[in-house]
Design a protein around this ligand. Structure first.
Ligand code: ATP
Length: 371
């Protein structure tokens, strides 16, 4: 990434709390104007990373730059960054207009300019004319939009958002995602968004970083993360996946020939650097598997153990000699529980990842800390 296009640059950032490594060797560039999301399970280090960007916490080692300026040691209020948290933290005694104008007032912005900017930004977050309301007179979604307006009105170079929709119900959350995306496109400010919700991150972001136990395992577009996960962990975190343990017979770049028990030899693509002769995990997404009549040249035979009807799709769990497979079908072909079926998928549906290690270094340290 060209330096002038780089809004945020983290280099080998570590954050330890006593012996526990919350963030390990994290290096990442985020482009100017990008909608970037950090996702991962609870405790993986997302908030710690965001807090270091905001200046609310400091790295134990490593560097953080915003538009080429070193941020380590710079207090939060001197950084060109604003943060929107899950709890909106609006001032209850101030009106919406006063809440949004708060930062502008601190900066001694001229009255008319202040009124103009507050009006404009409330328009942007779809709350025109709500200046005189108090926060308690607004719904949760409206309050979060005020919090967003309050942060955006100061025109930060970077906006950090820590689970901003976490307190909203699912329907409101989904409609706010659309608005969030629209606002980001409109203002062009770099957004760094933290969420547990993989679907939320996928629907809004240009790129996603997936963290696991303090380590940034993959950074890529939503499509690439889904189709070409860097690890078994990423494959599982970003949607359901089925894994078959295979032996790698030969390697040509990122093209592999593998031997899968019962299935036989498969040629498939995968993550770079898996060695010939090693054991690896072949990942197959549920929607790429078909259910066929048993004994018709299927990849595997099995028994249907569960069926869930979800409107446009039907999900199955099929027990096979290689474990239970999750399968998502278009619902055209129905099969009932306990029936014997075949399951099959094309070689192009397979993606090879390294075998997950039993214990990462960090898990060892977390367990040691909590023991
Ligand atoms: P969540 O999604 O639940 O908010 P997260 O991915 O944001 O989780 P962090 O809050 O960054 O996770 O925490 C990462 C790890 O660091 C956790 O195990 C947490 O307990 C630990 N941690 C965070 N802050 C501190 C602290 N001040 N002292 C000790 N440990 C901490």
């Amino acid at each position: 990434m060209n330096d002038s296009k780089c809004a945020i640059s983290l280099r080998e950032v570590n954050r330890t709390f006593d012996d526990f490594v919350a963030v390990r060797d994290l290096s990442l560039n985020i482009a100017d104007g990008e909608f970037f999301s950090l996702i991962g399970p609870s405790g993986c280090g997302k908030t710690t990373t965001l807090r270091m960007l905001a200046g609310l916490d400091s790295p134990t080692s490593g560097s953080i730059e915003v538009h080429g300026k070193d941020m380590v040691g710079v207090p939060p209020y001197r950084r060109p960054i604003n943060t929107v948290f899950q709890n909106y933290a609006l001032f209850p005694h101030l009106t919406v207009g006063e809440n949004v104008a708060f930062g502008l007032r601190e900066r001694k912005t001229e009255r008319r300019e202040m009124a103009r900017r507050v009006g404009e930004i409330l328009e942007l977050v779809h709350l025109p004319g709500k200046e005189k309301r108090r926060p308690r007179e607004l719904s949760g979604g409206q309050q979060q939009r005020v919090a967003l307006a309050r942060a955006l009105v100061l025109k930060p170079e970077v906006l950090l958002l820590d689970e901003p929709l976490g307190a909203l119900d699912l329907k409101l959350r989904r409609s706010m995602q659309g608005l969030m995306k629209e606002i980001q496109r409109e203002v062009g400010i770099t957004f760094v968004y933290v969420t547990h919700d993989q679907e939320e991150a996928f629907s809004m972001s240009s790129r996603i970083g997936i963290m696991n136990r303090g380590i940034l395992e993959q950074v890529d577009t939503p499509q690439a993360v889904y189709r070409r996960p860097a690890s078994a962990f990423v494959a599982d975190f970003v949607g359901a996946s089925n894994h078959v343990t295979v032996e790698v017979l030969s390697v040509a770049g990122t093209r592999y020939r593998v031997a899968a028990p019962t299935i036989g030899t498969v040629d498939c693509d995968g993550v770079d650097g898996i060695a010939s002769g090693s054991t690896a995990a072949m990942v197959v997404r549920p929607e790429l598997i078909s259910i066929v009549d048993s004994g018709t040249g299927a990849s595997l035979s099995g028994t249907i153990r569960d069926v869930s009807y979800n409107g446009p799709t039907v999900d199955y769990l099929v027990e096979t000699g290689l474990g239970t497979f999750a399968i998502k079908t278009d619902g055209q072909r129905l099969a009932s529980i306990d029936s014997s079926v075949g399951i099959t998928w094309p070689a192009s549906a397979c993606w090879l990842v390294p075998m997950p290690s039993e214990l990462s270094a960090n898990e060892t340290s977390e367990e040691a800390t909590s023991a």
